[in-house]
Design a protein around this ligand. Structure first.
Ligand SMILES: [Zn+2]
Length: 247
């Protein structure tokens, strides 16, 4: 069974198979196949074929400068939701104000599930708003992701600008990422899968609904690349197809 069959992804990704030639990026003029991974722009002939999303919270991604730009799946989010996704190249980082309600999506020692974090923060906000006699605002305004290897993340996490942020861990889901490092378990998600998973969980807790397909189009490019890679290689030769036992 195809892992994307149950997701609500626009069929436009099939049209990406028709792209044969590279085009100059509209901003930097470098030759690109589908999109520019340094300017985060879609090639002009694809511009109207790509779904666009408005997200319920801002997504910030810190990418390590040593990671190869073209490899990052975080770019997919910036292409599909350009108004709500910002990518920072470390040591560049987002600066938050005291009004921003930021969570760091990272499976650290002190991390809790999104559901636990959200409900606790919501109750606290309700209590405070009763005291202040006004309505409570958003419980989460920004979610921060770190797009780098585990050892690079450790350095980034120590940075004082983000060190104190509350940590949220995602529920376990199997990754469909084809670029898995040998030996890493299949629940190490690609960044775009993690962003999608967060929004699925957020919809579930914030809107109290089981209908969580609103943001599936974040996986638009991911699905295309998954299908393309699986056409190029035999299934059983791909690491991502070695399903872990006992999950
Ligand atoms: Zn460019």
């Amino acid at each position: 069974m195809n892992p994307f069959d149950n997701l609500n992804i626009s069929n436009g990704w099939l049209e990406l198979f028709n792209v044969d030639e590279r085009q100059p990026c509209r901003k930097c003029f470098k030759s690109r196949k589908y999109f520019c991974y340094t300017c985060y722009t879609v090639n002009s002939d694809l511009e109207n074929k790509i779904p666009r999303l408005k997200l319920p919270l801002k997504i910030d991604v810190i990418k390590h400068s040593r990671e190869i730009a073209g490899k990052s799946t975080a770019i997919h989010a910036a292409l599909i939701a350009p108004d709500d996704v910002t990518i920072y190249i470390y040591p560049d980082m987002p600066t938050y104000t005291k009004d921003d309600k930021v969570i760091l999506v990272y499976p650290g020692k002190s991390s809790v599930s999104l559901k636990e974090f959200y409900n606790k923060a919501k109750n606290q906000a309700i209590d405070e708003s009763i005291g202040a006699k006004n309505c409570y605002g958003e419980v989460i305004t920004h979610a921060l992701f770190i797009d780098s290897t585990w050892s690079q993340s450790k350095g980034i996490l120590k940075d004082s600008r983000i060190a104190g942020l509350p940590c949220v861990k995602l529920q376990i889901r199997l990754s469909q990422f084809w670029r898995h490092q040998k030996g890493s378990p299949r629940w190490f998600l690609a960044t775009i899968e993690a962003i999608h998973q967060l929004l699925v969980e957020y919809t579930y807790v914030a809107k109290d609904t089981q209908l969580c397909d609103e943001y599936d189009n974040l996986l638009f490019f991911f699905r295309f690349m998954y299908e393309k890679i699986h056409q190029l290689y035999e299934h059983d030769k791909l690491m991502s197809y070695r399903r872990p036992v006992n999950i």
